[in-house]
Design a protein around this ligand. Structure first.
Ligand SMILES: *Cc1c(COP(=O)(O)O)cnc(C)c1O
Length: 392
C-alpha cells in the first residue's frame, strides 16, 4: 500500500543533477511518446490537450488586454474580477458559496494550486493518500514537500472503475494529513458518485484529514453530474478545491487556475503560492473572467462535442479488438490491450501511426494496470478520424 517504490515516470537520457527527492521524477513518458509520435508522423492521442481554440470572444479579450497595457504583475490573489467570476460560476453550477475576497486564489494553472496546497498545508514527514492511477504532479508535489505518498487503487467495477473504500480506510494512518481526490478522474474518466464521495468525506471528518479536490474536469462530464466533495457535510472547512480554465475553455497553455477554500486553509495555500510565482497571466485573467461569465453556451457545445468524440473513439477501439472501459468525463478513454501496455505504446507509433499512454506510468503498483492504455479524444474531428482510421 505504501508508495515507497519509484513511480514509472522516469525515462531519462542520462544522469541528472536534481536533488535526491526529485531523482525519481525524470522526463515523463509524455516526452518520450511525443518524440516517438513526431519521429513517426503519428497521430498523437497520447497528450491530453485539445487541438482547437477556445471561445473567440475570450481570445479577443486577451488580445485587447495586451494591447491596452495589462502586462504587469496582477495582485497575488488574482484580479478581483476573475475571483468574483470564479465564485459566481461555482455558485451557479454547484450551489456553493465562496468569498472572492478571502476564499478564492488565482494560480498559475491547477498545477501551481496543487503544489501550493501540498507545500502550504502538509508538514514534512506526513503522509498524503493518492488514488491510483494518479495525475503525475501529485507525487512530485508530495516529494517536494518532504512528505510521503500512500496509494490506494481504483478497482474495476465491471465496465469501468470504482473506489476501493475499504482500502482507502485502511490506508489512513496516524501520519496521514491529506487525501487527494480527482473527480472527474484523469486517466480513467471515472466520476465519483455521492456514495464514494460520502465515504471519503466521512473518513476525512472521522480522522481529521484535509482533502485536495482536483476538479479541473468539473464541466467535462457526459450525463453524470459532478459533485464537489467540498459541498458534503463537514467538508467545507477541510477541503481545498482546485480547478482551471485550461480544460474548460481549451486554453491549457494559458495556465490560469484557482484554489477555493476556507480562509484559514487558503491562507496556507497563499503562503506557499506567493513564493512560487507570486502571480501571473495578467492579460489572461480578465479573459477567463469573461469566459466564466459569458461562454456557458460554448462550454455546453464543447461537452456535447467531447461526448460525441468519446463515443467515436470508444466504438473504434472496440472495432480494433481492444476492450475500452466506460468513461463518464474528461478527455480520455482507457482500453485493455491484452498485452504489456508500455511495449504496446512504444510500438504503436511505428506499427499503427498512433501515440497513446500506458496507464502504468500513473501508478506506484503497476500490476493491475499492466495491459491498460489511455487514449485522448480531445482532438479535432479530422485528427480523431485519422487516428481511428489508423487504429482500425
Ligand atoms: C491538466 C490537469 C491538471 C493541470 O491543470 P493546469 O491548469 O494545466 O495546470 C491538473 N490535474 C489534472 C487531473 C489534469 O488533467
Amino acid at each position: 500500500m505504501s508508495g515507497r517504490r519509484l513511480p514509472r515516470l522516469a525515462h531519462m537520457s542520462g544522469p541528472s543533477a536534481a536533488v535526491e527527492r526529485l531523482q525519481p521524477f525524470g522526463a515523463t513518458i509524455f516526452a518520450e511518446m511525443t518524440a516517438l509520435a513526431l519521429e513517426r508522423g503519428a497521430v498523437n492521442l497520447g497528450q491530453g490537450f485539445p487541438d482547437w481554440d477556445g471561445p473567440a470572444a475570450m481570445l479577443e479579450v486577451a488580445r485587447g488586454q495586451i494591447s491596452t497595457g495589462n502586462n504587469q504583475y496582477p495582485p497575488v490573489r488574482g484580479a478581483a474580477e476573475l475571483r468574483q467570476a470564479i465564485c459566481e460560476d461555482r455558485a451557479r453550477n454547484f450551489d456553493v458559496e465562496y468569498d472572492p475576497g478571502t476564499e478564492a486564489l488565482v494560480t498559475t494553472g491547477a498545477t501551481e494550486a496543487i503544489a501550493a496546497t501540498i507545500l502550504g498545508l502538509v508538514e514534512p514527514g506526513s503522509e498524503v493518500i493518492l488514488i491510483e492511477p494518479y495525475y503525475d504532479s501529485y507525487a512530485a508535489a508530495v516529494a517536494l514537500a518532504g512528505s510521503t505518498r500512500v496509494t490506494v487503487p481504483l478497482v474495476p467495477d465491471g465496465t469501468g472503475f470504482a473506489l476501493d473504500v475499504d482500502a482507502l480506510r485502511s490506508a489512513v494512518s496516524e501520519k496521514t494529513a491529506m487525501i487527494v481526490v480527482n473527480s472527474p478522474h484523469n486517466p480513467t474518466g471515472t466520476i465519483f458518485g455521492l456514495a464514494e464521495l460520502s465515504a471519503i468525506a466521512e473518513l476525512a471528518v472521522e480522522r481529521d484529514l484535509l482533502v485536495l479536490a482536483d476538479e479541473v474536469y468539473e464541466r467535462l462530464t457526459f450525463g453524470l453530474v459532478h459533485i464537489p466533495i467540498a459541498t458534503l457535510p463537514g467538508m467545507a472547512s477541510r477541503t481545498v478545491t482546485v480547478s482551471s480554465a485550461g480544460k474548460t475553455f481549451n486554453v491549457t497553455g494559458w495556465k490560469v487556475g484557482w484554489a477555493l477554500a476556507s480562509q484559514t486553509l487558503l491562507d496556507g495555500v497563499l503562503a506557499a503560492k506567493q513564493f512560487l510565482t507570486f502571480s501571473g497571466g495578467a492579460p489572461f485573467q480578465p479573459a477567463v473572467a469573461h469566459a466564466l461569465r459569458h461562454e456557458q453556451a460554448w462550454v455546453t457545445d464543447l461537452v456535447a462535442d467531447l461526448q460525441r468524440k468519446r463515443d467515436l473513439l470508444t466504438h473504434a477501439l472496440e472495432g480494433a479488438g481492444l476492450s475500452p472501459f466506460r468513461t463518464e468525463g474528461t478527455y480520455f478513454v482507457c482500453a485493455r490491450v491484452d498485452q504489456d501496455a508500455l511495449s504496446y505504446c512504444r510500438a504503436l507509433p511505428a506499427s499503427r501511426g498512433v501515440a497513446a499512454i500506458p496507464v502504468t506510468v500513473f501508478t506506484d503498483h503497476p500490476e493491475p494496470w499492466r495491459e491498460i492504455v489511455r487514449f485522448a479524444f480531445c482532438k479535432t474531428d479530422e485528427v480523431l478520424a485519422e487516428g481511428i482510421r489508423r487504429l482500425t
